[in-house]
Write a protein of this length. Structure first.
Length: 477
Protein backbone atom coordinates (compact mmCIF):
# COMPACT_ATOMS: atom_id res chain seq x y z
CA UNK A 1 0.00 0.00 0.00
CA UNK A 2 2.74 2.47 1.01
CA UNK A 3 5.13 2.83 -1.92
CA UNK A 4 7.73 5.21 -3.24
CA UNK A 5 8.02 8.83 -2.24
CA UNK A 6 4.44 9.03 -0.98
CA UNK A 7 4.95 5.99 1.25
CA UNK A 8 8.09 7.60 2.65
CA UNK A 9 6.21 10.81 3.48
CA UNK A 10 3.47 8.87 5.29
CA UNK A 11 6.11 7.04 7.33
CA UNK A 12 7.95 10.24 8.21
CA UNK A 13 4.75 11.97 9.37
CA UNK A 14 3.51 8.98 11.38
CA UNK A 15 5.14 9.94 14.68
CA UNK A 16 3.67 13.45 14.66
CA UNK A 17 -0.02 12.83 14.07
CA UNK A 18 -2.92 10.69 15.29
CA UNK A 19 -4.21 10.46 11.72
CA UNK A 20 -4.57 7.07 10.05
CA UNK A 21 -1.81 6.25 7.52
CA UNK A 22 -4.36 5.34 4.86
CA UNK A 23 -6.11 8.71 5.21
CA UNK A 24 -2.83 10.59 4.76
CA UNK A 25 -1.92 8.41 1.77
CA UNK A 26 -5.32 8.90 0.11
CA UNK A 27 -5.08 12.67 0.51
CA UNK A 28 -1.53 12.68 -0.90
CA UNK A 29 -2.62 10.65 -3.92
CA UNK A 30 -5.44 13.09 -4.66
CA UNK A 31 -3.25 16.18 -4.30
CA UNK A 32 -0.27 14.85 -6.24
CA UNK A 33 -2.40 13.42 -9.04
CA UNK A 34 -4.04 16.81 -9.45
CA UNK A 35 -0.89 18.92 -9.38
CA UNK A 36 0.94 16.71 -11.90
CA UNK A 37 -1.67 17.52 -14.50
CA UNK A 38 -3.51 15.64 -17.25
CA UNK A 39 -0.61 14.52 -19.48
CA UNK A 40 0.36 11.23 -17.75
CA UNK A 41 -2.42 8.70 -18.28
CA UNK A 42 -3.25 5.02 -18.55
CA UNK A 43 -5.46 3.46 -21.20
CA UNK A 44 -8.15 0.91 -20.33
CA UNK A 45 -9.33 -0.25 -23.71
CA UNK A 46 -10.29 2.92 -25.56
CA UNK A 47 -10.85 4.89 -22.37
CA UNK A 48 -8.21 7.38 -21.26
CA UNK A 49 -7.71 7.65 -17.49
CA UNK A 50 -5.82 10.58 -16.01
CA UNK A 51 -4.07 9.91 -12.72
CA UNK A 52 -6.91 11.27 -10.61
CA UNK A 53 -7.80 9.76 -7.24
CA UNK A 54 -10.98 10.64 -5.33
CA UNK A 55 -10.63 9.37 -1.74
CA UNK A 56 -13.76 9.41 0.42
CA UNK A 57 -12.64 9.23 4.04
CA UNK A 58 -15.14 7.50 6.34
CA UNK A 59 -14.63 8.06 10.05
CA UNK A 60 -16.42 8.99 13.24
CA UNK A 61 -16.69 12.66 14.15
CA UNK A 62 -13.66 13.75 16.13
CA UNK A 63 -12.11 10.33 16.69
CA UNK A 64 -11.83 9.51 12.97
CA UNK A 65 -9.13 12.15 12.40
CA UNK A 66 -10.31 12.68 8.81
CA UNK A 67 -9.43 16.36 8.80
CA UNK A 68 -6.08 15.73 10.44
CA UNK A 69 -5.19 13.19 7.74
CA UNK A 70 -5.82 15.69 4.94
CA UNK A 71 -4.14 18.52 6.87
CA UNK A 72 -1.03 16.39 7.32
CA UNK A 73 -0.91 15.66 3.59
CA UNK A 74 -1.42 19.34 2.74
CA UNK A 75 1.57 20.31 4.87
CA UNK A 76 3.76 18.50 2.35
CA UNK A 77 1.69 19.32 -0.75
CA UNK A 78 1.69 23.08 -0.14
CA UNK A 79 5.46 23.16 -0.70
CA UNK A 80 5.54 20.64 -3.52
CA UNK A 81 4.37 23.17 -6.13
CA UNK A 82 4.22 26.94 -5.91
CA UNK A 83 0.73 27.05 -7.39
CA UNK A 84 -0.74 24.30 -5.20
CA UNK A 85 -2.58 26.46 -2.65
CA UNK A 86 -4.30 28.47 -5.40
CA UNK A 87 -5.72 25.24 -6.87
CA UNK A 88 -7.50 24.12 -3.69
CA UNK A 89 -11.17 24.99 -3.20
CA UNK A 90 -14.19 23.80 -1.23
CA UNK A 91 -17.90 24.41 -0.99
CA UNK A 92 -19.30 22.53 -3.99
CA UNK A 93 -22.84 23.80 -4.44
CA UNK A 94 -23.76 23.11 -8.06
CA UNK A 95 -22.47 21.72 -11.32
CA UNK A 96 -22.64 25.19 -12.80
CA UNK A 97 -20.39 26.51 -10.03
CA UNK A 98 -17.70 23.94 -10.81
CA UNK A 99 -17.87 24.70 -14.54
CA UNK A 100 -17.67 28.44 -13.82
CA UNK A 101 -14.41 27.87 -11.91
CA UNK A 102 -12.88 25.92 -14.83
CA UNK A 103 -14.41 27.75 -17.78
CA UNK A 104 -12.23 28.84 -20.68
CA UNK A 105 -10.93 32.43 -20.66
CA UNK A 106 -13.37 34.97 -22.04
CA UNK A 107 -12.47 38.17 -23.84
CA UNK A 108 -13.69 41.38 -22.29
CA UNK A 109 -14.49 44.48 -24.27
CA UNK A 110 -13.34 47.40 -22.12
CA UNK A 111 -15.68 49.74 -24.03
CA UNK A 112 -18.75 47.60 -23.41
CA UNK A 113 -21.35 48.99 -21.02
CA UNK A 114 -22.45 45.50 -20.04
CA UNK A 115 -21.53 44.22 -16.60
CA UNK A 116 -18.22 42.38 -16.80
CA UNK A 117 -17.90 38.88 -15.29
CA UNK A 118 -16.00 38.71 -12.02
CA UNK A 119 -14.14 35.56 -13.09
CA UNK A 120 -12.74 35.59 -16.61
CA UNK A 121 -11.87 31.90 -16.77
CA UNK A 122 -8.59 29.96 -16.88
CA UNK A 123 -6.45 27.77 -19.11
CA UNK A 124 -5.33 25.77 -16.06
CA UNK A 125 -7.94 23.05 -15.60
CA UNK A 126 -6.38 21.56 -12.48
CA UNK A 127 -8.39 21.75 -9.26
CA UNK A 128 -8.45 19.98 -5.89
CA UNK A 129 -11.81 20.11 -4.11
CA UNK A 130 -11.71 19.33 -0.38
CA UNK A 131 -15.12 18.79 1.21
CA UNK A 132 -14.87 18.32 4.98
CA UNK A 133 -18.69 18.07 5.15
CA UNK A 134 -19.35 15.82 2.19
CA UNK A 135 -22.84 15.06 3.49
CA UNK A 136 -23.81 18.62 2.55
CA UNK A 137 -22.62 18.01 -1.01
CA UNK A 138 -24.78 14.87 -1.21
CA UNK A 139 -27.76 16.84 0.06
CA UNK A 140 -27.28 19.54 -2.60
CA UNK A 141 -26.87 16.90 -5.31
CA UNK A 142 -30.32 15.51 -4.48
CA UNK A 143 -32.13 18.80 -5.00
CA UNK A 144 -34.53 18.87 -7.89
CA UNK A 145 -32.84 20.16 -11.02
CA UNK A 146 -29.31 19.84 -9.59
CA UNK A 147 -26.59 19.16 -12.16
CA UNK A 148 -23.90 18.47 -9.58
CA UNK A 149 -23.96 14.67 -9.91
CA UNK A 150 -23.67 14.64 -13.69
CA UNK A 151 -20.90 17.26 -13.75
CA UNK A 152 -18.88 15.38 -11.12
CA UNK A 153 -19.12 12.23 -13.23
CA UNK A 154 -17.75 14.18 -16.19
CA UNK A 155 -14.94 15.56 -14.02
CA UNK A 156 -13.81 12.10 -12.82
CA UNK A 157 -13.54 11.07 -16.46
CA UNK A 158 -11.47 14.19 -17.23
CA UNK A 159 -14.00 15.21 -19.85
CA UNK A 160 -15.33 18.49 -21.10
CA UNK A 161 -17.75 19.90 -18.54
CA UNK A 162 -21.08 21.23 -19.72
CA UNK A 163 -24.73 21.61 -18.79
CA UNK A 164 -27.70 22.31 -21.04
CA UNK A 165 -29.33 25.40 -19.63
CA UNK A 166 -29.85 29.02 -20.61
CA UNK A 167 -26.30 29.94 -19.64
CA UNK A 168 -24.88 27.00 -21.65
CA UNK A 169 -21.79 26.89 -19.45
CA UNK A 170 -18.82 24.83 -20.64
CA UNK A 171 -15.22 24.03 -19.73
CA UNK A 172 -13.30 22.52 -22.64
CA UNK A 173 -11.44 20.09 -20.35
CA UNK A 174 -10.99 19.30 -16.66
CA UNK A 175 -8.50 17.75 -14.26
CA UNK A 176 -10.30 17.68 -10.92
CA UNK A 177 -9.44 15.68 -7.79
CA UNK A 178 -11.86 15.48 -4.86
CA UNK A 179 -11.35 14.58 -1.20
CA UNK A 180 -14.50 13.98 0.85
CA UNK A 181 -14.96 13.51 4.60
CA UNK A 182 -18.11 11.92 6.01
CA UNK A 183 -19.21 9.71 8.91
CA UNK A 184 -20.47 6.22 8.04
CA UNK A 185 -23.84 6.93 9.63
CA UNK A 186 -24.43 10.13 7.69
CA UNK A 187 -23.41 8.49 4.43
CA UNK A 188 -25.92 5.69 4.92
CA UNK A 189 -28.63 8.24 5.72
CA UNK A 190 -27.82 10.27 2.60
CA UNK A 191 -27.66 7.26 0.34
CA UNK A 192 -30.17 7.29 -2.52
CA UNK A 193 -30.74 4.63 -5.14
CA UNK A 194 -30.77 7.15 -7.97
CA UNK A 195 -27.31 8.43 -7.06
CA UNK A 196 -25.88 4.92 -6.73
CA UNK A 197 -27.31 3.75 -10.03
CA UNK A 198 -26.05 6.90 -11.71
CA UNK A 199 -22.50 5.83 -11.00
CA UNK A 200 -21.28 8.77 -8.90
CA UNK A 201 -20.27 6.92 -5.75
CA UNK A 202 -18.22 4.27 -7.52
CA UNK A 203 -15.87 7.01 -8.75
CA UNK A 204 -14.66 7.36 -5.16
CA UNK A 205 -12.09 5.31 -3.30
CA UNK A 206 -13.78 4.64 0.09
CA UNK A 207 -11.26 4.59 2.92
CA UNK A 208 -12.26 3.94 6.53
CA UNK A 209 -10.02 5.87 8.94
CA UNK A 210 -9.69 6.12 12.71
CA UNK A 211 -7.29 7.49 15.29
CA UNK A 212 -4.04 5.56 14.87
CA UNK A 213 -2.48 6.29 18.23
CA UNK A 214 -2.78 8.45 21.36
CA UNK A 215 -0.76 11.66 21.20
CA UNK A 216 -2.05 14.09 23.86
CA UNK A 217 0.55 16.71 22.89
CA UNK A 218 1.92 15.93 19.44
CA UNK A 219 4.99 17.81 18.29
CA UNK A 220 4.81 19.64 14.95
CA UNK A 221 6.56 17.97 12.05
CA UNK A 222 10.14 19.39 12.03
CA UNK A 223 10.58 21.98 9.25
CA UNK A 224 13.77 20.31 8.04
CA UNK A 225 11.89 17.02 7.61
CA UNK A 226 9.12 18.76 5.65
CA UNK A 227 11.66 20.58 3.49
CA UNK A 228 13.63 17.44 2.62
CA UNK A 229 10.49 15.43 1.83
CA UNK A 230 8.87 18.14 -0.29
CA UNK A 231 12.09 18.74 -2.20
CA UNK A 232 12.14 15.08 -3.18
CA UNK A 233 8.41 15.21 -3.99
CA UNK A 234 8.91 18.31 -6.15
CA UNK A 235 11.53 16.50 -8.21
CA UNK A 236 9.25 13.45 -8.60
CA UNK A 237 6.37 15.68 -9.77
CA UNK A 238 8.65 17.29 -12.34
CA UNK A 239 9.62 13.87 -13.73
CA UNK A 240 6.00 12.71 -13.74
CA UNK A 241 4.90 15.66 -15.90
CA UNK A 242 7.21 14.46 -18.69
CA UNK A 243 5.54 11.04 -18.82
CA UNK A 244 2.79 10.35 -21.35
CA UNK A 245 0.92 7.09 -21.73
CA UNK A 246 1.69 4.52 -19.03
CA UNK A 247 1.32 0.76 -19.51
CA UNK A 248 1.92 -2.45 -17.57
CA UNK A 249 5.35 -4.05 -17.61
CA UNK A 250 5.44 -7.75 -18.59
CA UNK A 251 5.60 -8.86 -14.93
CA UNK A 252 2.82 -6.46 -13.93
CA UNK A 253 0.72 -7.58 -16.89
CA UNK A 254 1.00 -11.19 -15.80
CA UNK A 255 0.01 -10.25 -12.24
CA UNK A 256 -2.97 -8.26 -13.53
CA UNK A 257 -4.18 -10.95 -15.93
CA UNK A 258 -3.85 -13.89 -13.54
CA UNK A 259 -4.82 -12.39 -10.18
CA UNK A 260 -5.87 -8.78 -9.76
CA UNK A 261 -8.23 -8.31 -12.68
CA UNK A 262 -10.64 -11.02 -11.52
CA UNK A 263 -10.44 -9.69 -7.96
CA UNK A 264 -11.30 -6.10 -8.88
CA UNK A 265 -13.43 -6.48 -12.01
CA UNK A 266 -16.61 -6.42 -9.92
CA UNK A 267 -19.29 -8.94 -9.11
CA UNK A 268 -22.98 -9.46 -9.69
CA UNK A 269 -24.12 -9.07 -6.07
CA UNK A 270 -27.15 -6.84 -5.67
CA UNK A 271 -25.79 -4.83 -2.78
CA UNK A 272 -24.84 -1.20 -2.38
CA UNK A 273 -21.30 -2.20 -1.38
CA UNK A 274 -20.79 -4.06 -4.66
CA UNK A 275 -22.30 -1.15 -6.60
CA UNK A 276 -19.84 1.16 -4.85
CA UNK A 277 -16.90 -0.91 -6.14
CA UNK A 278 -17.73 -1.16 -9.85
CA UNK A 279 -14.65 0.91 -10.74
CA UNK A 280 -12.16 -0.86 -8.50
CA UNK A 281 -10.19 -2.07 -11.54
CA UNK A 282 -9.58 1.35 -13.16
CA UNK A 283 -8.92 2.87 -9.72
CA UNK A 284 -6.21 0.25 -9.18
CA UNK A 285 -4.57 1.12 -12.51
CA UNK A 286 -4.80 4.85 -11.78
CA UNK A 287 -3.00 4.51 -8.45
CA UNK A 288 -0.37 2.15 -9.89
CA UNK A 289 0.22 4.51 -12.84
CA UNK A 290 0.64 7.42 -10.43
CA UNK A 291 3.30 5.46 -8.53
CA UNK A 292 5.05 4.78 -11.85
CA UNK A 293 4.84 8.41 -13.00
CA UNK A 294 6.37 9.65 -9.73
CA UNK A 295 9.26 7.28 -10.41
CA UNK A 296 9.63 8.88 -13.85
CA UNK A 297 8.63 5.71 -15.69
CA UNK A 298 6.03 4.88 -18.32
CA UNK A 299 5.95 1.25 -17.15
CA UNK A 300 4.05 0.01 -14.09
CA UNK A 301 6.09 -2.55 -12.19
CA UNK A 302 4.66 -5.57 -10.39
CA UNK A 303 5.67 -3.94 -7.09
CA UNK A 304 3.77 -0.75 -7.88
CA UNK A 305 0.72 -2.71 -9.02
CA UNK A 306 0.83 -4.81 -5.84
CA UNK A 307 0.93 -1.65 -3.69
CA UNK A 308 -2.00 -0.14 -5.60
CA UNK A 309 -3.92 -3.40 -5.27
CA UNK A 310 -3.39 -3.39 -1.50
CA UNK A 311 -4.88 0.10 -1.24
CA UNK A 312 -7.92 -0.75 -3.37
CA UNK A 313 -8.35 -4.01 -1.44
CA UNK A 314 -8.50 -1.88 1.73
CA UNK A 315 -11.09 0.32 0.00
CA UNK A 316 -13.17 -2.76 -0.84
CA UNK A 317 -13.06 -3.80 2.81
CA UNK A 318 -13.99 -0.27 3.89
CA UNK A 319 -17.04 -0.21 1.62
CA UNK A 320 -18.24 -3.58 2.84
CA UNK A 321 -17.70 -2.56 6.46
CA UNK A 322 -19.61 0.72 6.08
CA UNK A 323 -22.29 -0.54 3.70
CA UNK A 324 -22.31 -4.26 4.34
CA UNK A 325 -25.86 -4.27 5.74
CA UNK A 326 -27.20 -1.70 3.30
CA UNK A 327 -29.73 -2.80 0.69
CA UNK A 328 -30.37 -1.33 -2.72
CA UNK A 329 -33.99 -0.82 -1.62
CA UNK A 330 -33.91 2.29 0.55
CA UNK A 331 -37.20 1.27 2.23
CA UNK A 332 -35.48 -1.77 3.74
CA UNK A 333 -32.70 0.45 5.07
CA UNK A 334 -35.30 2.77 6.53
CA UNK A 335 -36.82 -0.09 8.55
CA UNK A 336 -33.37 -1.23 9.71
CA UNK A 337 -32.35 2.26 10.78
CA UNK A 338 -35.57 2.77 12.72
CA UNK A 339 -35.07 -0.55 14.54
CA UNK A 340 -31.54 0.53 15.49
CA UNK A 341 -32.78 3.92 16.68
CA UNK A 342 -35.76 2.54 18.61
CA UNK A 343 -35.33 2.89 22.39
CA UNK A 344 -36.76 -0.61 22.87
CA UNK A 345 -34.66 -2.14 20.11
CA UNK A 346 -37.63 -3.39 18.11
CA UNK A 347 -40.73 -2.30 16.15
CA UNK A 348 -44.28 -3.55 15.95
CA UNK A 349 -45.92 -4.11 12.57
CA UNK A 350 -47.99 -0.96 13.08
CA UNK A 351 -44.83 1.05 13.70
CA UNK A 352 -43.26 -0.33 10.51
CA UNK A 353 -46.37 0.67 8.59
CA UNK A 354 -46.23 4.15 10.15
CA UNK A 355 -42.78 4.67 8.58
CA UNK A 356 -44.48 4.82 5.19
CA UNK A 357 -47.56 6.76 6.26
CA UNK A 358 -49.62 3.54 6.32
CA UNK A 359 -49.72 3.78 2.52
CA UNK A 360 -48.11 0.42 1.69
CA UNK A 361 -50.28 -2.54 0.85
CA UNK A 362 -50.14 -5.46 3.27
CA UNK A 363 -48.40 -7.82 0.83
CA UNK A 364 -45.70 -5.24 0.01
CA UNK A 365 -45.17 -4.50 3.70
CA UNK A 366 -44.81 -8.24 4.36
CA UNK A 367 -42.26 -8.50 1.55
CA UNK A 368 -40.15 -5.65 2.93
CA UNK A 369 -40.23 -7.13 6.45
CA UNK A 370 -39.27 -10.53 5.02
CA UNK A 371 -36.22 -8.99 3.30
CA UNK A 372 -35.19 -7.30 6.56
CA UNK A 373 -35.42 -10.63 8.38
CA UNK A 374 -33.39 -12.37 5.64
CA UNK A 375 -30.37 -10.80 7.31
CA UNK A 376 -29.49 -12.84 10.42
CA UNK A 377 -28.97 -9.57 12.27
CA UNK A 378 -32.74 -9.16 12.64
CA UNK A 379 -35.50 -11.51 13.79
CA UNK A 380 -39.18 -11.63 14.73
CA UNK A 381 -40.89 -13.02 17.81
CA UNK A 382 -44.40 -13.17 19.26
CA UNK A 383 -45.43 -11.36 22.41
CA UNK A 384 -48.63 -11.55 24.41
CA UNK A 385 -51.28 -9.00 23.53
CA UNK A 386 -54.07 -7.61 25.72
CA UNK A 387 -56.98 -9.42 24.14
CA UNK A 388 -56.73 -11.10 20.78
CA UNK A 389 -53.92 -13.10 19.24
CA UNK A 390 -50.21 -12.64 20.06
CA UNK A 391 -48.50 -9.78 18.25
CA UNK A 392 -45.25 -9.92 16.27
CA UNK A 393 -42.34 -7.63 17.00
CA UNK A 394 -39.26 -7.16 14.80
CA UNK A 395 -35.86 -6.34 16.25
CA UNK A 396 -32.22 -7.21 16.56
CA UNK A 397 -31.74 -10.96 16.88
CA UNK A 398 -29.29 -10.64 19.79
CA UNK A 399 -31.86 -8.58 21.74
CA UNK A 400 -34.77 -10.88 21.02
CA UNK A 401 -32.73 -13.92 22.06
CA UNK A 402 -32.82 -12.54 25.61
CA UNK A 403 -36.61 -12.37 25.47
CA UNK A 404 -38.21 -13.88 28.60
CA UNK A 405 -41.84 -15.04 28.16
CA UNK A 406 -44.26 -13.77 30.83
CA UNK A 407 -45.05 -16.18 33.69
CA UNK A 408 -48.46 -17.81 34.20
CA UNK A 409 -49.81 -15.14 36.54
CA UNK A 410 -48.83 -12.40 34.10
CA UNK A 411 -50.31 -14.40 31.21
CA UNK A 412 -53.60 -14.79 33.12
CA UNK A 413 -53.64 -11.12 33.98
CA UNK A 414 -53.12 -10.15 30.36
CA UNK A 415 -56.09 -12.31 29.32
CA UNK A 416 -58.52 -10.09 31.23
CA UNK A 417 -60.42 -7.51 29.19
CA UNK A 418 -58.85 -4.05 29.26
CA UNK A 419 -61.98 -2.48 30.73
CA UNK A 420 -61.98 -4.84 33.74
CA UNK A 421 -58.56 -3.69 35.02
CA UNK A 422 -57.59 -0.54 36.92
CA UNK A 423 -55.90 1.95 34.59
CA UNK A 424 -52.58 1.88 36.43
CA UNK A 425 -52.34 -1.87 37.03
CA UNK A 426 -49.17 -3.10 35.29
CA UNK A 427 -49.43 -5.98 32.83
CA UNK A 428 -46.16 -7.53 31.67
CA UNK A 429 -46.27 -8.35 27.96
CA UNK A 430 -42.55 -9.03 27.46
CA UNK A 431 -39.31 -8.82 29.37
CA UNK A 432 -36.58 -7.12 27.35
CA UNK A 433 -33.38 -5.35 28.43
CA UNK A 434 -33.66 -1.61 28.70
CA UNK A 435 -31.33 0.49 26.51
CA UNK A 436 -27.82 0.46 27.99
CA UNK A 437 -27.75 4.24 28.27
CA UNK A 438 -31.15 4.60 29.91
CA UNK A 439 -29.73 4.84 33.43
CA UNK A 440 -32.68 2.89 34.84
CA UNK A 441 -32.08 0.40 37.65
CA UNK A 442 -34.71 -2.13 36.58
CA UNK A 443 -33.92 -4.16 33.47
CA UNK A 444 -37.47 -5.06 32.48
CA UNK A 445 -40.01 -3.17 30.40
CA UNK A 446 -43.56 -3.63 31.72
CA UNK A 447 -46.37 -2.35 29.51
CA UNK A 448 -49.51 -0.92 31.06
CA UNK A 449 -53.01 -2.01 30.16
CA UNK A 450 -53.22 0.94 27.82
CA UNK A 451 -52.35 0.66 24.15
CA UNK A 452 -48.57 0.11 24.00
CA UNK A 453 -46.85 3.26 22.87
CA UNK A 454 -43.98 5.59 23.62
CA UNK A 455 -43.91 8.15 26.38
CA UNK A 456 -44.07 11.72 25.08
CA UNK A 457 -41.64 12.86 27.79
CA UNK A 458 -38.76 10.46 27.26
CA UNK A 459 -39.45 8.44 24.14
CA UNK A 460 -39.48 5.10 25.96
CA UNK A 461 -42.30 2.62 25.69
CA UNK A 462 -44.86 3.12 28.44
CA UNK A 463 -43.65 1.46 31.61
CA UNK A 464 -45.11 0.00 34.82
CA UNK A 465 -47.35 1.83 37.28
CA UNK A 466 -48.67 4.18 34.60
CA UNK A 467 -45.37 6.07 34.57
CA UNK A 468 -45.16 6.34 38.35
CA UNK A 469 -42.41 7.28 39.22
CA UNK A 470 -42.23 9.84 36.46
CA UNK A 471 -39.91 9.49 33.49
CA UNK A 472 -37.51 12.05 34.93
CA UNK A 473 -37.26 10.20 38.26
CA UNK A 474 -36.98 6.89 36.48
CA UNK A 475 -34.14 8.02 34.23
CA UNK A 476 -32.14 9.42 37.13
CA UNK A 477 -32.68 6.44 39.39
Amino acid sequence: MLHGVLGQIVGQARGYTEADDVGVLGSLLAGVGMVIGPDPHVMVGSTRHSLLCWPLLFGSSGSGRKGEATATARQFLNSSALEFSSLVVGGLSSGEGLIERLKDPVEVDPDSKRKQPEWLGTDDKRLLVIESEFGSVLARAKREGSTLTSVLRQAWDGDRLSVMNRAALTASSSHVALIGHITPKEFRLRLAEADMAGGLYNRFLPLYVEKSKRLPRPDPIPPELVFAATEQLRQCIGRARRVGQISLSPDAGELWDNELYDEFAGDDEETVASEFLRRSAPNTLRVAALYAALAGSDQITAEQLTAAGALVRYAVGSARYVLGHTSRDVRIDRIRRRIEESPSGYLTRAEVSDLFGRNLKADLLDELIEQVLADDTYAATKVASTGGRPALIYGRADLLRSFVPPNEDQRNASDRPIGSQPRNEPVVHARLPLPADSGATDQVLEYTTRQPGRCHACGWHTASQGHQPTCTERKSA
